[in-house]
Design a binder for this molecule. Structure first.
Ligand code: DHB
Ligand code: MG
Length: 219
């Protein structure tokens, strides 16, 4: 089992994680994720806490997650939402969405989440047709899709919305010039957009496996 960046041991990250006590609910999500046969992957614990805080700080009530996997980040996002907040979570695999839903229910957030199963590109198209808008986005799905997901997130964003994306370092592949595969190229392009798109104010955190945080500027 590993959390993001877990294979590249960083003693500073280990020290910081050691400051925090065991989080029983998230431990349960990790166990359930590992046990259900899906990849044992979840956002770094420190970034999970940051997700909760960012949602709480922005007061977001409509949150969109692209890529649910076992529901670890879903719990973190839901923890930051106010009463009445709604999380829409896009997930390719029905079995992953089922597991995530179960974990969200166990964490007390079953009523707050709606899973939309299938290709996220189509789900995003559908959300656009529905006229849906969101105040917070978390992108953590297939890495090839990141540039497309960013563009769609900006389109579905309310002014001032926050966009967060996981794994922008791809465990070292992003900075390895020898790596030129589609996922690596897509994430490099995504990172350049995050940093340079005039519609965004942003920062990129290089800890763990890298996290991009952007605000969609008010026009
Ligand atoms: C990996 C980690 C992730 O958080 C993810 O979204 C996809 C892949 C990985 O470590 O391979
Ligand atoms: Mg991830």
């Amino acid at each position: 089992m590993k959390q993001d960046g877990g294979e590249r041991v960083n003693l500073d990250e280990q020290y910081v994680e050691g400051l925090y006590g065991r989080d029983g609910i998230l431990e349960r999500v990790k166990e359930g994720t590992a046990a259900s046969g899906m990849p044992s992957i979840w956002i770094a614990e420190g970034y999970g806490r940051l997700l909760s805080m960012l949602v709480r700080m922005t007061g977001a009530r409509r949150v969109l997650e692209i890529g649910a996997l076992g529901g670890y980040s879903g719990v973190c996002l839901a923890r930051g939402m106010e009463e009445g907040g709604r999380l829409v979570s896009l997930e390719l695999h029905q079995s992953y969405a089922d597991a995530a839903k179960k974990h969200m229910e166990e964490a007390g957030f079953g009523q707050a989440v709606e899973y939309r199963v299938g290709d996220a590109r189509q789900s995003l198209e559908r959300l656009k047709e529905e006229g849906a808008t969101f105040q917070f986005f978390f992108i953590d799905a297939d890495k090839e899709g990141y540039p497309f997901y960013l563009e769609r997130a900006i389109e579905l964003a309310e002014p001032g919305a926050v966009i967060v994306a996981d794994n922008i370092l791809l465990r070292g592949r992003t900075i390895d010039e020898a790596r030129q595969g589609p996922a690596v190229q897509a994430v490099r392009s995504f990172n350049k957009s995050i940093a340079n798109d005039p519609r965004l104010e942003s920062t990129v955190l290089p800890g763990y496996d890298g996290l991009a945080i952007a605000i969609v500027r008010k026009k």
